[in-house]
Every structure is written in structure tokens, then in C-alpha cells.
Design a protein around this ligand. Structure first.
Ligand code: 5RP
Length: 223
């Protein structure tokens, strides 16, 4: 089974989960990345069930609208039943590293509003300890060098994501060389650095359900 076939399989499983668990007319949050893109393509089949969606990036908004799926401003939404998104790494406690696609801040905002966070990924993303995938940190441009120095003090090696600007007009520092044994603590610590907008650790608000594509089928892990 190729990685794309696994992404396709988990996207289908997530669509079925939404079809069963999101009440008719409910609001769905939609993530960003290649796995989320497979999910968006599957979602078209059940779009009549959705009251609307909230997109975690401009790219996701464009893809949803391309399928004729209604996209709402988060400020017009009081409640969101389910948020479906991928991850770059996920540990056994369902904490995640996200932001490989640079959409971490909007993803974290949508995740905060959602009642249930469903993470979809292939088996390569499930790890005992996170940190092999560089941790993305979104920073205000004028604070880039200061934040990089502060991140260095935490034991990581920050590298500017060259030629990349987030949907919010900010920069990304990818922090290499971390071994993340206490994700919630590190998430809070990095967010305290002045000039940091968000970091890609989703531990304080991790996933509630992981749908994991493996060569033997899609496995479920509940928080
Ligand atoms: C984007 C993300 C994505 O969810 C993450 O990068 C996974 O992407 P993919 O499904 O392409 O592996 O956090 O900011």
C-alpha cells in the first residue's frame, strides 16, 4: 500500500466518522495538508449534511469552495462539532506536532473551538517521543532573531523557513533537534517567548480520536 493509498483510506474513514457523528446542519472544522486534502475530496459526497465548514487555511478554503462546500468565518460560528486534521507527528497520548504546512496558528484556533478533534494520518506519523520532525514556531517578523536565540536556549536549533510567509503575514522558525518528552510544558514555555504567535505543539489541546492508516487497515485510538 502506498502512502497516498493510506491517506485515501483514512480520509474515507474520517468522512464516515463525520457522516455518523456530526448532526445534520452541524459545523465542521477542516485542516490543512495533503491528508486533509484527501479528506476534503471525500467530504464532497456528504456536503448536503453539513451546515458549513471552517477552514484552517486559505488553501483549504479554496479546495472546499472548489467542491461547492460552504465555508464560514469562524466569528460567525458559535459551536463546532468536529475538527478533522492531519499531523506531522503524534505520540501515544495523542499530543501532536503540526505546522509542516505552516497553518499551525489557524489550526490551533479551530481546534480550540471544536468539541472533538479527529486526527487523521498514516502509520509513519505515530511515534513514542516527538521531536524528529522539526517543531514549527510562527513568529512576528521583527521578533525573528530574538525568538531564535530564546529557542536555542531551550536546546533546539531554529532554522528560518526560507521564502515562506504564513496566511497571517508572519514567519516560521522550524526547531530541529528537540526530544519532546513533556509536550504540554514545552508548548506553554515556547508560547511565553515574546514575539511567538503559536508553536506547533498541540498537547494542551491534543486529539480526541486518532484514525491511523496502516497497511492492515485504519486503526482507532481514543484519548
Ligand atoms: C499543516 C499541518 C498538517 O496537518 C501536517 O503538516 C500534516 O500534513 P500532511 O497530511 O501533508 O502530512 O499541520 O500546517
Amino acid at each position: 500500500m502506498t502512502q497516498d493509498e493510506m491517506k485515501q483510506a483514512v480520509a474515507r474513514a474520517a468522512r464516515d466518522y463525520v457522516a455518523v457523528n456530526l448532526p445534520a446542519g452541524g459545523i465542521l472544522g477542516v485542516g490543512t495538508g495533503s491528508t486533509a486534502n484527501f479528506f476534503i475530496d471525500e467530504l464532497a459526497a456528504i456536503k448536503g449534511q453539513l451546515g458549513g465548514t471552517v477552514a484552517s487555511s486559505e488553501a483549504t478554503k479554496k479546495r472546499l469552495e472548489g467542491h461547492g462546500i460552504r465555508v464560514l468565518d469562524l466569528n460567525d460560528v458559535d459551536a463546532m462539532g468536529i475538527y478533522v486534521d492531519g499531523a506531522d507527528e503524534i505520540d501515544h497520548g495523542l499530543s501532536m506536532v503540526k505546522g509542516g504546512g505552516g497553518a499551525l496558528t489557524r489550526e490551533k484556533i479551530v481546534a480550540a473551538v471544536a468539541k472533538t478533534f479527529v486526527c487523521i494520518c498514516d502509520a509513519s506519523k505515530r511515534v513514542p517521543v516527538m521531536g524528529k520532525f522539526p517543531l514549527p514556531v510562527e513568529v512576528i517578523p521583527m521578533a525573528r532573531a530574538y525568538v531564535a536565540r530564546e529557542l536555542g536556549k531551550l536546546g533546539g536549533t531554529p532554522k528560518l523557513r526560507e521564502g515562506f510567509v504564513t496566511d497571517n503575514g508572519n514567519l516560521i522558525l522550524d526547531v530541529h533537534g528537540l526530544s519532546i518528552s513533556a509536550p504540554a510544558e514545552l508548548e506553554a514555555r515556547i508560547n511565553q517567548i515574546v514575539g511567538v504567535v503559536t508553536n506547533g505543539l498541540f498537547a494542551q489541546r491534543g486529539a480526541d480520536l486518532l484514525l491511523l492508516a496502516t497497511p492492515d487497515g485504519v486503526q482507532r485510538y481514543q484519548r
